[in-house]
Design a protein around this ligand. Structure first.
Ligand SMILES: NC(=O)c1ccc[n+]([C@@H]2O[C@H](COP(=O)([O-])OP(=O)(O)OC[C@H]3O[C@@H](n4cnc5c(N)ncnc54)[C@H](OP(=O)(O)O)[C@@H]3O)[C@@H](O)[C@H]2O)c1
Length: 332
């Protein structure tokens, strides 16, 4: 099969190559991939930024999202059969969505929403699971609460806004001038043009912040939260709890405790909780997202679609940081 892979860590290492087809294990489903989508995680993995916590071997097939059709299932698979249209965020240890075939354990899979194309479905798993794990699982966001979602025009932001509105929250977000109206149409109640205004001058007494930007925005976010509020970051710094969940070494746990000590201290002083979320694969949660897409509560947002041969170009486009929703790779 054809796959987009890297042979070592570094910038712009990816190449399309012919590799052996994957063999599904007992609990695996073999999927003919129709579409995948790009995440900043792909570039971070390929540069080696995650090598301490995700120890990959080479050649490494890239790609953290998949939509396609089941071609074969392992003998222990109960919930899927050949011909099913499915989608997934493959587990961290077994990524490889930029390929014609992928074997994924059934626990990470869900049936694709019936009202989406393969390209739209591929735009969802990683970002929608991230939004779910931040807003539903961690924040337990409730009707009437106020949530600030940074970067509303990004892959995560554009889905998180829709999920937060579905949960009945009041949503504020940031974006640049050309995207303001577009982000309002996604459902945000307050849209701050970050090129004109600082969000801390506008927002007050928020219950939850989803931070996806840098250390400056993270610290500023503390000032808009009410006591008892939650600052949840997906862009770091990681915490010792995260190290424990990932079963990382004592030393890495200690480093993460140190890295997050400043923001945790400042959060404590304000009576706010700080947490770091590193999303994980979950077929069960993705099945709930399927229901939300089928009911019309969430609509996938595609910025651009690239052919498989242009995967490297798609990665560079996303790295530039201006994507408006998701960038999809059409494999078939
Ligand atoms: N921990 C996890 O599990 C997890 C999961 C998913 C993503 N992440 C991380 O979360 C971050 C966001 O991911 P993503 O996929 O949403 O990124 P993305 O789609 O590439 O984000 C691009 C968007 O960010 C906006 N943006 C850039 N600078 C901004 C600023 N200062 N204020 C407001 N908006 C700004 C851009 O809007 P303009 O063009 O208008 O500036 C653009 O629409 C990345 O660092 C990613 O690695 C972490």
């Amino acid at each position: 099969m054809k796959a987009f892979l890297i042979d070592r860590y570094g910038k712009n290492q990816g190449r399309l190559a012919e590799v052996p087809d994957p063999e599904p294990g007992i609990h695996d489903v073999l999927i003919k991939v129709h579409a995948s989508s790009v995440n900043l995680l792909d570039s971070k993995i390929s540069k080696g930024e995650f090598k301490l916590i995700l120890p990959y071997t080479f050649p490494l097939i890239m790609g953290n999202d998949v939509a396609g059709v089941v071609v074969r299932v392992g003998s222990g698979v109960r919930s899927f059969k050949p011909g099913d249209e499915v989608y997934a965020r493959p587990p961290d240890a077994r990524i490889g969505g930029f390929a014609e075939l992928i074997a994924i354990e059934e626990s990470a899979l869900a049936l694709k929403p019936k009202n989406t194309s393969m390209e739209q479905a591929a735009a969802l798993p990683l970002v929608a699971l991230t939004a779910w794990q931040v807003l539903v699982e961690t924040a337990r966001l409730k009707k009437g609460q106020k949530v600030f979602i940074q970067a509303g025009s990004g892959g995560v932001g554009s889905i998180a806004i829709q999920l937060a509105k579905h949960l009945g929250a009041f949503v504020a977000t940031t974006t640049s001038t050309p995207n303001v109206e577009w982000v309002k149409a996604l459902g945000a109640d307050v849209v701050i043009d970050y090129t004109q205004q600082n969000f801390e001058t506008v927002l007050r007494d928020y219950d939850v912040v989803l931070n996806s930007l840098g250390p400056a925005e993270l610290e500023t976010s503390l000032r808009i939260l009410k006591p008892g509020g939650q600052l949840i970051s997906i862009s770091g710094p990681p915490t010792a709890e995260f190290a424990r969940e990932q079963k990382l070494s004592w030393g890495l746990g200690w480093i993460m405790r140190l890295l997050s000590s400043g923001i945790r201290r400042k959060a404590r002083r304000q009576g706010v909780d700080y947490g770091f979320v590193f999303m994980r694969a979950s077929g069960a949660q993705l099945q709930k997202i399927t229901a939300l897409v089928e009911s019309g509560a969430i609509t996938p947002v595609i910025n651009r679609t690239f052919p498989f041969e242009a995967t490297a170009e798609a990665l560079s486009y996303v790295e530039r940081g201006r994507a408006k929703g998701k960038v999809v790779i059409k494999i078939i």
